[in-house]
Design a protein around this ligand. Structure first.
Ligand code: SF4
Length: 498
């Protein structure tokens, strides 16, 4: 007897077989769409190691898990932002978004239109079944007028999105529509999308017999048969006639195929024209082309960076919070402290900012954590040191001043009250000193110098280097004078409980 030979199906390589059988209902169109995609991928010539599939929530969301490719099954409506991040972080990837009408056009509707507007290099396949299938058949953004769903039991009265018109109007490079009864044309369209630069969009009208079909008296295979009858295939379809009504023809074909500058291409062009790369290793911030040594030659491979002898050893993470009003330069001070600790002292630092809705004048804060070892949580919860430059900021953040901590203030602008005795207050007339130097605007740098004199966690040299690298050209002299003024004031020891 001849032993039967079991051959792999050509598509098996693209499926995670351990996840099969799938969960899709009998008669659902999603399997045909996925199958067409597998065919398009197999014949695309792409290295499938460089293909990623992102899906949203809903019945289509399963696709990313069924495909034996790198995949993301994302949160509801967020397939496009995830996919955009993937593509921008690794432009070599071909990124496919496989999702449904509710996920892409309702919950993720803004992401969809803006990705098309930006012409982000994504291949978006939208399986449009005219309802939210997985959650019980509610009406969605593409439900045709008069169609019945669980939420439109008298027939839908809303005008649905015409997805191909929407995508074309937003500026997509490629827009097509087929039904899941047209596997050959779906595959061709997907193959074209895989080669296309910029934003490509394919709408596939796919039956959901379980919910949409049942409520519209088109159970089982009847819904697919209906789409096959309704479909009108044209080589140059007129997008103005692409509306879908419950019983109208469904115009299929390729509506848009344009060469437009993709988002990535535009970004690359802008970056190569505008961006200066800076070298922070030496004496402050030096444009890379002017730096004395090229980064690759800066140290032998594997040789650790030189650690300054005066590097402060910070045994446990120290939490620092700076607070003031918008426009006082609180953010810049935080940035300088973080850079000094991380880049020049070779410690670890994390930096976050918070600010009021007002552009200027509202209380704002920047938070830094510094440590010699790892920092496991990025947020300042119990500041060891607080620097406050305005009464409004003090009123807002006083709750953060904890017993035993250090509070550094501008003595003319902040009147601390209701504090435990164990809080160590250190004060400097920073704004007044800045005015004496000639510019009130450098009060933040005066207080930064004061902070450096009092706080042992960041070295003076590191702070000076970070300062020099962080201020606009032409202001070095003023800022360094402000810094020294504050530093000398702190060294003078005249500051406690002023
Ligand atoms: S509920 Fe509808 S869309 Fe979901 S698997 Fe079943 S038929 Fe397909």
């Amino acid at each position: 007897m001849i032993e039967p030979q079991i051959l792999d199906h050509p598509k098996d390589l693209l499926l995670r077989k351990e996840r099969i059988p799938h969960i899709w209902c009998p008669g659902c169109g999603l399997g045909s769409v996925l199958s067409a995609l597998m065919d398009a991928l197999r014949t695309s010539g792409l290295d499938l190691k460089n293909v990623a599939v992102v899906s949203g929530i809903g019945c289509t969301g399963r696709a990313a898990g069924y495909l034996n490719l790198d995949g993301f099954h994302t949160t509801h409506g967020r397939a496009i932002p995830y996919a955009t991040g993937l593509k921008l972080a690794n432009p070599d990837l071909t990124v496919i978004v496989f999702s449904g009408d509710g996920d892409l056009a309702a919950i993720g509707g803004n992401h969809l239109i803006h990705a098309a507007r930006r012409n982000v290099d994504l291949k978006v396949i939208c399986a449009n079944n005219f309802n939210y299938g997985m959650t019980g058949g509610q009406g969605g953004p593409t439900t045709p007028r008069l169609a019945r769903t669980t939420t439109t039991s008298y027939g839908n009265v809303e005008k649905p999105f015409n997805l191909v018109q929407l995508m074309a109007a937003c500026g997509a490079s490629y827009v097509a529509r087929w039904t899941s009864a047209h596997p050959h044309y779906m595959k061709i369209a997907m193959g074209e999308m895989l080669k296309k630069e910029g934003f490509s969009f394919l709408e596939v009208i796919a039956p959901c017999p379980t919910n949409f079909g049942r409520r519209n008296k088109l159970r089982d295979i009847k819904l697919l048969q209906r789409y096959l009858e309704q479909a009108v295939l044209e080589s140059q379809p007129d997008i103005a006639k692409a509306d879908i009504e419950l019983d109208s023809p469904i115009l299929c074909g390729k509506f848009v195929d344009l060469e437009r500058t993709s988002y990535l291409a535009a970004l690359r062009e802008a970056i190569s024209a505008k961006v200066k790369v800076y070298d922070f290793r030496g004496d402050g911030r030096v444009p890379l082309e002017e730096a004395p040594v090229k980064p690759a030659a800066a140290k032998a491979p594997g040789k650790p960076a030189e650690v300054p002898s005066e590097r402060p050893i910070i045994e446990r993470p120290v939490q620092i919070k700076l607070a003031g009003l918008g426009g006082q330069g609180i953010g810049l001070c935080g940035l300088i402290i973080g850079r000094a600790a991380a880049i020049f002292d070779h410690n670890q630092a994390v930096y976050t900012q918070e600010y009021s809705p007002e552009a200027r004048g509202g209380a704002s804060a920047s938070s830094i954590i510094v440590a010699s070892g790892q920092i496991h949580a990025p947020y300042v919860t119990e500041p060891d040191i607080m620097v406050v430059m305005a009464q409004g900021a003090y009123n807002k953040y006083q709750k953060d001043v904890r017993p035993g901590s250090r509070l550094i203030i501008d003595k003319d602008l902040v009147r601390p009250k209701d504090l435990p005795d164990s809080v160590r207050i250190q004060a400097i007339p920073a704004t007044r000193l800045a005015e004496e130097i000639g510019q009130k605007v450098v009060a933040n740098i005066v207080i930064l110098g004061f902070f450096t004199a009092l706080v042992p966690h960041i070295s003076l040299t590191a702070m000076q280097k970070a300062l020099k690298g962080s201020i606009p050209k032409g202001t070095e002299e003023l800022n360094l004078r402000a810094f020294e003024t504050g530093y000398d004031y702190g060294r003078g020891g005249t500051s406690d409980r002023a």
